[in-house]
Each structure stands twice: as C-alpha cells, then as structure tokens.
Design a protein around this ligand. Structure first.
Ligand code: ADP
Ligand code: MG
Length: 140
C-alpha cells in the first residue's frame, strides 16, 4: 500500500447537485487515490450506526435524516498520511470557516449539509472502512 487509508463519504447535498465528479477531482488533485468507491442509499440503521458517537448531540436526528435523504458515495482513499491529508482537502466542518480551495469551501451549503465526511483518526478509518467495504473491494 502506498501510504495509509481513510474513509470518505460524498454526502447527499453533493450527490443531489451532481457534484461527485467535481469532488473526486479535488480529492485526486490533492494527491489521494480513490481505491474503492460505491454509490448507496444509506438506511436509517447504517446512518445511526455510523454516527453513533454523535447520538447525544442536538443535531443527531437531523444528521441521520440528512444522510438518508439521497444517495451517498462511500469511498476508500489512499496516500501519504491519508487521514490528515483528507481533513485538509475537506476543510473545516463549518464551510464559513473552511479554507479556500477545500471541498467544504467550494461546495458545502451549511455546517450540516457540508458535502463530505472524512475519518478523524487511523483507528476510526479502519472501523469506518470495514462498515462499508470488504478487503476484496479495495484495489490500491
Ligand atoms: P466532521 O464531519 O468535520 O468530522 P463532526 O464529526 O463534528 O464534524 O460532525 C459530524 C457531522 O455532523 C458534520 O460533518 C455535519 O454534517 C454534522 N454537524 C456537525 N455539527 C453540526 C451542527 N452544529 N449542526 C448541524 N449538523 C452538524
Ligand atoms: Mg467527525
């Protein structure tokens, strides 16, 4: 493997606006390789499980409703320091605070409908990848 891996989701606000290719271009221009990718409609169970760490936050219900509102594209990204690299490429959670050229600055609508998810640690990347991909789905 060249470097490490992270897990990414192109969120419903982005797929609804036909931005999958535009976001993939930012990812690839940023130096990461898309080594697995699938378009799915998340179930309530999948979204609740994926975001279980946020279940006591006031926005949890809204977040699950949003993530199941339209298709998402789940991805595995590979490269040097993939987790941190992708957090940089995505930009801050709130698009108003995101740096120029980042996915969230370019495309996000709000702090909730913010176009992309990226893992926050190597440990969580491994857990999140395993929720959506098996080893043979990932071709580096
Ligand atoms: P990140 O996605 O940058 O890691 P968090 O893990 O803090 O951010 O939050 C997970 C997701 O929950 C965010 O990407 C966003 O979609 C949603 N979210 C976070 N904070 C809020 C908020 N204050 N209001 C509504 N949705 C939020
Ligand atoms: Mg997070």
């Amino acid at each position: 493997m060249a470097g490490s891996r992270t897990f990414s989701i192109i969120k419903p606000d982005a797929t609804a606006r036909n931005l999958t290719g535009a976001i993939n271009k930012v990812i690839e221009d940023g130096g990461l390789r898309i080594v697995a990718q699938r378009r799915i409609k998340m179930t309530n169970e999948q979204a609740e499980g994926f975001y279980a760490v946020h279940k006591d936050r006031p926005f949890f219900g809204e977040l699950v409703e949003f993530m199941t509102s339209a298709p998402v594209v789940v991805q595995v990204l590979e490269g040097e320091n993939a987790v941190l690299r992708y957090r940089d490429i995505m930009g801050a959670t709130n698009p108003a605070e995101a740096a120029d050229g980042t996915i969230r600055k370019l495309f996000a609508k709000t702090i909730g409908e913010n176009s992309a998810h990226g893992s926050d640690s190597d440990e969580n990347a491994e857990i999140e990848i395993a929720q959506f991909f098996s080893a043979e789905d990932i071709v580096g």
